[in-house]
Design a protein around this ligand. Structure first.
Ligand code: C2E
Ligand code: MG
Ligand code: MG
Ligand code: MG
Length: 291
C-alpha cells in the first residue's frame, strides 16, 4: 500500500516525472497510430562534395507530422520506437520509401543520387527481418547497389552478436555502402575499424560546432580525416553551419559536408526543385546541342 511504501514513493514520483511518464505513454499510443496511418514523411538533406560543390548524395531523415501535436522530432520518437520494437516497421517503411524515391529520381531526372538511411542497431538485431528482403526489393526496382548507403553508429560495431556482423557484411558484399554516423561521440575504441570495412566516416557535429583556426576541435577533425583516409574511408562532416567551418574542413581534406549552411532537410518536391530539376534541364540542353 501507499502507507507501507512510505514517503520515498512520494518523493520519487514528482509531478514532473509523472507527466513525463504520461507523455511517454501518449507518444507510444500515438506512434502506433502513426505507423498504421503512415503519418511519416521522408525528408532529404543534401550531402555536398566540398571540392566541386556538387550534390550526389542525400541523407533521408524521417519526419512525423502529427495531426494535432504537429512535428515531433525523431530525436524524441526514434528512441521510443526502438524500445517498443516499432522501429522494425518504421525502418522498413523508411527503406521502401527511400528506394522508391531513388528509382523515381533515376527515371525522372536521369540522376543517381545516393540516399543514406539510418539503420538502428535494433533493426540489425531483429531476427524476423533478413538482409535479403531489402536486397530483393532493390533488384526488383533495378536499383544499383550504390544507390543506398546505410548509416550505422559506433555502438553497433561493438555488438558481440555474430548476426549483426554477418548482416553488415552481407550488405557490403551486395555492394551497398556503409557510413559510420556520429563518429567520435560513442566509444573511443578504434579496434572495430580493423574488423569492419566502412566506406564513410561521418564526423559528429559536436566537433564542427566550435570549429575555428587553432582550435583543439580542428586538430581532432584533421586527425580523424587523416586516419579515415589511411584506412580507405571518405569523410563527411555533419552540422556545417558557417563558411568558416566549411573552409577549414575542406582545407583539412574533408571530402563531403552536410549542414544548414548548404540546406536543411527538404521534402522530396523541394529537393527535386532545388537540386535535380536544373540537372535534368542541363542534360536536355547537352542532348540538344550535341545533336
Ligand atoms: P543523424 O543521423 O545524425 O542526422 C543528422 C541530424 O542533424 C538531423 O536531425 C539533421 O536535421 C541535423 N542537422 C543537419 N545539419 C545540421 C546543422 O547544420 N546544424 C544542426 N544543429 N543540426 C543539423 P534530425 O532529422 O532531427 O534527426 C535526429 C536523429 O534522429 C538522426 O541523427 C538519427 O539518429 C535519427 N533519425 C532520423 N531519421 C531516422 C530514420 O529514418 N531512422 C532511424 N533509425 N533514425 C533516424
Ligand atoms: Mg545519420
Ligand atoms: Mg549523424
Ligand atoms: Mg548526429
Amino acid at each position: 500500500s501507499a502507507k507501507t511504501h512510505g514517503r520515498n514513493r512520494f518523493n520519487y514520483f514528482t509531478p514532473a516525472m509523472q507527466s513525463d511518464a504520461q507523455k511517454r505513454m501518449l507518444l507510444v499510443q500515438e506512434l502506433k497510430n502513426a505507423v498504421l496511418q503512415e503519418q511519416f514523411e521522408l525528408y532529404y538533406q543534401p550531402i555536398v562534395e566540398l571540392g566541386s560543390d556538387s550534390v550526389i548524395k542525400a541523407e533521408a531523415l524521417i519526419r512525423w507530422d502529427h495531426p494535432t501535436m504537429g512535428f515531433i522530432s525523431p530525436a524524441e520518437f526514434i528512441p521510443i520506437a526502438e524500445e517498443t520494437g516499432m522501429i522494425i516497421d518504421i525502418g522498413n517503411w523508411v527503406f521502401n520509401e527511400a528506394v522508391a524515391q531513388s528509382a523515381k529520381w533515376k527515371a525522372l531526372f536521369n540522376v543517381d543520387i545516393q540516399i543514406s538511411i539510418n539503420k538502428s542497431p535494433v533493426q540489425f538485431r531483429d531476427e524476423t527481418t533478413d538482409v535479403q528482403d531489402w536486397l530483393s526489393t532493390m533488384s526488383q526496382l533495378q536499383l544499383n547497389a550504390k544507390s543506398i548507403c546505410i548509416e550505422i553508429t559506433e555502438g553497433l560495431l561493438l555488438e558481440k552478436e555474430q548476426n549483426v556482423e554477418a548482416k553488415l557484411l552481407a550488405y557490403r558484399e551486395a555492394g551497398l555502402e556503409v557510413s559510420l554516423d556520429d563518429f567520435g561521440t560513442g566509444y573511443s575504441s578504434l579496434s572495430y575499424l580493423r574488423k569492419f570495412n566502412i566506406d564513410y566516416l561521418k564526423i559528429d557535429k559536436s566537433f564542427v560546432n566550435n570549429l575555428t583556426p587553432d582550435s583543439n576541435d580542428l586538430s581532432l577533425c584533421e586527425a580523424m580525416i587523416v586516419m579515415a583516409h589511411k584506412l580507405g574511408m571518405k569523410v563527411i562532416a555533419e552540422g556545417i553551419e558557417t563558411e568558416q567551418q566549411r573552409n577549414l574542413l575542406e582545407f583539412a581534406g574533408c571530402d563531403y559536408g552536410q549542414g544548414y549552411l548548404f540546406s536543411h532537410a527538404l521534402c522530396s518536391e523541394d529537393f527535386e526543385q532545388k537540386y535535380l530539376q536544373q540537372r535534368a534541364d542541363l542534360i536536355m540542353i547537352n542532348q540538344f546541342t550535341a545533336s
